[in-house]
Ligand binder design. Structure first.
Ligand code: PHE
Ligand code: NA
Length: 444
């Protein structure tokens, strides 16, 4: 059986953007930005996206297109060594950890969407218990399991329909829908009372925080950059493995990063005015991950026309989450299909059954959830990406240069050597450093 491929290059780019744009942009980004003081964090984050994210993204594309394999097969075939295959196995395992909590949050979103559409928006506030209560005591429970399973089921359905017929078709519709809805919501948010205060917090350049706390910002900013660009678990390797024609990978990588950043900044322009209008300090909610949605769900119900706005907003979040979760689940599906010759349908069912269980643990145990979503994923992504980049720089070496240049013009050729040095030496060093500062600075 021949391996599947994307029908068009745009299809690949939109699928990769779909993977990138997700809960990371809409849920995690405002939360982390708020925690770290707003605009100064935004500046550091954008710098890392450009200098670390884009080259790393291209590195993953290079591995994927060169090998045309899932992460395990890719690292093993390209190196001729089973040990590197194990590193690929680490990526696949990390992707399963990631999807286990991601799908739970996706489930919350489906619930919010359903409640908003039915005009029950206030009910969802209670879903996380009282705003202001510690997230650890939020009401998890059987309902969260049910919605997690629903979200996971939707994810698996798209995957079963295949690369072209499922992922590519779905993301081609989802991405423009997300963009248009966000533009509309951003325009509406600009009319709200807290808008100007929010813009000052979010976009005003705060050089003082930047100078005082530059090193403290690096860790969280790097973590956010990797998460939002879907780096470190093998998603971008897997998606690029379905490319056949040799077109410019640097161009594709830059496109994905730019589009993801546009959507991310846009999401902030929707979320921050809402929080400020309601007098919720994004960083001082003190309740971490869940607080943002507690605040938002409460916010909508207090505003005129709230139900409609809430429905549009949670539709955006649901589409963004779904287009990302398919990219996470596809990693292990491609692993089972490539390595064990499983049918796509069976592979999706097997992985789905496993994640049904691991996700339910996250849904029921808020302690597990908090650890996975807050700390573990950051570490796994950083370690996984550093290993992949060392692989590109030191194991692939010349082959990586060839693949980087293939299909890219004179500019691509000119930057290829500095790129290889960056991904092989500078960026892994930086990643290890941020991991250390994260532990050293705030003791996480
Ligand atoms: N980029 C996704 C988001 O922002 C999350 C993700 C991480 C997806 C890693 C795939 C791999 O929500
Ligand atoms: Na997405």
């Amino acid at each position: 059986m021949t391996r599947e491929t994307w029908a068009t290059r745009l299809g690949f780019i939109l699928a990769a953007v779909g993977s990138a744009v997700g809960l990371g942009n809409i849920w995690r980004f405002p939360w982390i930005t708020g925690q770290n003081g707003g605009s100064a964090f935004l500046a550091v984050y954008l710098g890392i996206v450009l200098l670390v994210g884009v080259p790393a993204l291209v590195g993953m594309f290079v591995i994927g297109r060169r090998s045309k394999r899932n992460p395990v097969g890719a690292l093993r075939e390209l190196s001729g060594s089973n040990s590197w295959g194990l590193v690929g196995g680490f990526l696949v395992a990390s992707s399963l950890v990631l999807i286990s909590f991601y799908s739970v949050v996706g489930g919350w979103i489906l619930r919010y969407l359903g409640e908003s559409a039915l005009g029950l928006a206030t009910g969802s506030v209670g879903y996380f218990s009282n705003p202001g209560a510690a997230f650890a005591s939020a009401s998890f429970g059987l309902e969260a399991v049910v919605f997690h399973l629903l979200f996971l089921g939707l994810t698996a359905l798209i995957i079963v329909a295949g690369i072209r017929g499922g992922i590519e078709v779905a993301t081609k519709w989802m991405m423009p829908a997300i963009f248009l809805l966000l533009v509309g919501l951003g325009a509406w948010a600009s009319t709200q009372a807290g808008a100007s205060e929010a813009y000052a917090f979010y976009l005003g350049f705060d050089s003082q925080t930047l100078q005082n706390n530059f090193f403290g910002l690096l860790g969280p900013a790097a973590g956010q950059a990797l998460f939002t660009l879907s780096l470190g678990v093998g998603t971008m390797i897997t998606y690029a493995s379905y490319l056949d024609e040799d077109r410019s990978l640097p161009f594709d990588g830059a496109s994905v990063a730019v589009l993801n950043t546009v959507v991310g900044v846009l999401a902030g322009l929707v979320v921050f005015p809402l929080l400020f209008t309601l007098g919720i300090e994004p960083g001082e909610t003190g309740t971490g991950a869940g607080a943002l949605f507690v605040g938002l769900a409460g916010a909508f119900s207090q505003l005129p026309g709230g139900a409609l706005i809430a429905t549009a907003f949670f539709a955006v979040v649901a589409l963004a989450a779904l287009s990302s979760s398919i990219s996470i689940l596809e990693i292990s599906v491609s692993f089972l299909v490539d390595e064990y010759g499983l049918e796509r349908r069976r592979a999706a069912a097997s992985v789905g059954a496993l994640v049904a269980v691991t996700g339910s643990v996250c849904a029921l145990e808020s302690g597990v959830f908090g650890f996975v979503a807050g700390t573990l994923v950051d570490i796994l992504l950083t370690a996984g990406l550093a290993a992949c980049l060392v692989f590109v720089g030191w194991v692939m070496g010349r082959d990586a240069l060839v693949e980087f240049r293939s299909g890219s013009g004179p500019v691509g050729r000119a930057v290829s050597t500095p790129w290889l040095f960056g991904v092989g030496v500078l960026i892994p060093t930086f990643l290890v450093f941020t991991l250390l500062t994260t532990f050293g600075v705030d003791g996480r």
